[in-house]
Design a protein around this ligand. Sequence first.
Ligand SMILES: Cc1cc2nc3c(=O)[nH]c(=O)nc-3n(C[C@H](O)[C@H](O)[C@H](O)COP(=O)(O)O)c2cc1C
Length: 293
Amino acid sequence: MKINPDFPVGNAAGWCKSVAEVEALAKSAAGFIIVGSITMNQRDGNPGNTFNGDPVFTLNSLGLPNPGIEKLEEIGPEMVRIAHEAGKPIIVSIAGFFAEEFGELAARVQRIGFDGVEVNLGCPNVADGGKRKPIISYRKQLVEDSLSAVFNYTGGWFISVKVSPMDPDRIEEIASVIAEFPVDAVVTQNTVPNCLDFNSDGTPVIQTPDKLGYAGGSGKQIFQQALGQVQQWRKVLPEGIAVWGVGGVQSGEDVERMLWAGASVVQIGTAYFVGGAKVFGDIAMQYIGFTDN
Ligand SMILES: Cc1cc2nc3c(=O)[nH]c(=O)nc-3n(C[C@H](O)[C@H](O)[C@H](O)COP(=O)(O)O)c2cc1C
């Protein structure tokens, strides 16, 4: 899969789930497109106020709203056509609720004709029966089971793994599991789990199904943490596995800093979710200006 080396920047998973959104990204300066995360079944996401829309102190508990894999099989070929006509790779982020689902989702995405899959092992906002599901990327066995399923069902194309921010010991432990598989890239980081804020009346800003108000933190507030994660992952992974940097990137200079930390590709989430696909043009101009100096 070839990503434009002059501006190796595209969107992060979370917002692009329709043909219209793929069209907007295809027309933008984004160097690649990520669709999803997509789950086995269609999901409405969590009810109530699940996104504060603040690009600096961003909180969300969307709960993976998406059309599901069956719908993707219907609209996916059109998405692939649009992206390829614009000369851009297009990848699908998948989120399974148990290991075998990751395998089946990956295989079905590959059959549609997408260029790669991003295995999302870091979603902190999904509840089942009122209880939060564990974050897979923190648990060695769950990481191993999920990747075994992916590689049982698929291979021979681009496969990346997206993880949550974690402490240094756990980075080493999880990296050693990931390195057992022919993974192309680790994408770090997903949102910071269990962030919390209150409205002036004392109610949580984000309404979550379990009423605790915990949300994934993203945006400017996590940029330095994300740089630290990228550099640590780069140090412990074998050279053959790339690190893709994501978290708080909102300017051309931020892109350059991610590359300095060791990322080879950069993703932009919140800035795109809040500002739309035109942010890629703005950031590309700043990046070129910054690297020309
Ligand atoms: C509203 C929202 C929805 C998101 N949905 C997903 C998702 O479906 N899959 C995923 O892997 N990450 C998801 N993320 C995480 C982002 O892709 C990204 O990893 C994180 O927000 C950090 O990057 P940023 O600061 O540029 O947003 C979501 C983030 C936000 C804010």
